[in-house]
Design a protein around this ligand. Structure first.
Ligand SMILES: [Zn+2]
Ligand SMILES: [Zn+2]
Length: 50
């Protein structure tokens, strides 16, 4: 099942999931963004993380 990458907003089937350290919402990041440690913004609480 494809998910939307939290960093680049592309649909991806290869991703890692992790929890927002601030609110605990599940976030997804594609392997490209993981590789380059792209920044993300939690859509729920606005937390910015590397
Ligand atoms: Zn991405
Ligand atoms: Zn959050």
């Amino acid at each position: 099942m494809a998910v939307k990458c939290t960093s680049c907003k592309k649909d991806t089937e290869e991703y890692i999931s992790f929890k927002c350290p601030q609110c605990g919402r599940e976030l997804f990041r594609c392997l490209d963004c993981r590789h380059i440690s792209a920044a993300y913004v939690c859509p729920k609480c606005g937390f910015r993380g590397p």
